[in-house]
Design a binder for this molecule. Structure first.
Ligand SMILES: [Fe+2]
Length: 293
């Protein structure tokens, strides 16, 4: 049994105020009630999807994977324990802070805190309204979106995410970075979203594990307007383009923490007929790198 979806992300950021402006005014998220030691943002009916904690790392702090119910929760925790992972039963305080019914945590092979939970908080009584008019963020059964980690521990990470969390390999892209060599990007699904996680193998543990996270928006106009806002603020990192594997039409902007955010629309789903394939290019067209100023 697989985890069902990515439920939330927590970042450690050196400038939470910059994030507050970026999340609201650039990405179009909505400020939510604060966590115990975090600013929080909504993109849908859930009480929160992104938490920003003060921290010098400017990197991912944790990822929360949602499972359907108590049975799936116990089964996943047990499977991780049998693999030799140190799985912590989290306190009532932390469960209350995350707004969940059941919560355990463990550490992935690269050192990323992974939380497994069920019973997140829905907030239909307080509708999500984007401050900059994003029509919607596509979440639901596909969850928050996806994130990409750079890691020197590909084999161990695959074991953790595939055997431990129950994810499946979608495909592999040999990403040619020219003088930087080729990177075998591995993409993993846990629902019909083409990938909820991707792993970017690198020779040594990098200063930042998080390469980017992705938010899917409800229309092409939402992507275009987000692109305009990032261009206005000189934040474009990779131009508008379409990926070969998930067919997402997207662009990438730099966040206040230095890692990127991808804003995308119109991906294709994985289904029961899906077979693992490989690609030589990350994009059909577009996605040109803009060197930092
Ligand atoms: Fe992406």
């Amino acid at each position: 049994m697989s985890v069902a979806r990515l439920g939330y992300l927590g970042f450690k950021a050196s400038d939470p105020d910059a994030w507050n402006s970026f999340a609201n005014n650039t990405l179009g998220m909505m400020s939510a009630a604060k966590g115990k030691d975090s600013d929080r943002y909504r993109i849908d009916s859930r009480a929160w999807r992104l938490a920003v904690h003060q921290g010098e790392q400017d990197d991912i702090g944790y990822a929360g994977f949602e499972v359907a119910d108590a049975a799936a929760f116990s089964e996943t925790a047990e499977r991780l324990r049998q693999m030799g992972c140190d799985v912590m039963d989290e306190s009532d305080d932390l469960k209350a802070d995350r707004g969940v019914i059941g919560l355990v945590s463990t550490i992935d092979p690269s050192g990323v805190r992974i939380e497994i939970y069920y019973g997140g908080t829905e907030l239909y009584e307080l509708p999500f309204v984007s401050p900059v008019g994003v029509s919607s963020f596509m979440t639901g059964d596909q969850g928050l979106g996806h994130f990409v980690l750079a890691t020197p521990y590909l084999e161990q990470s695959m074991k953790f995410y595939v055997e431990g969390l129950g994810m499946e390999l979608s495909d592999i892209i040999d990403w040619d970075l020219g003088p930087g060599g080729k990177h075998k990007l591995h993409f993993f699904n846990c629902n019909r979203r083409h990938h909820t996680l991707a792993l970017l193998p690198v020779p040594a543990l990098p200063p930042k594990l998080l390469h980017h996270f992705m938010l899917e928006v409800g229309s092409l106009d939402d992507v275009g307007r987000a692109n305009d806002r990032m261009e206005r603020d000189s934040r474009i990192m990779i131009t508008f383009g379409r990926h070969t594997n998930d067919h997402m039409c997207s662009f990438y902007g730099v966040t206040p923490s230095g890692f990127a955010v991808e804003v995308g629309y119109a991906p294709r789903d994985v289904d029961r007929t899906w077979s693992v394939v490989r690609y030589d290019s990350i994009s059909m067209w577009g996605h040109k790198f803009i060197p930092p100023e």
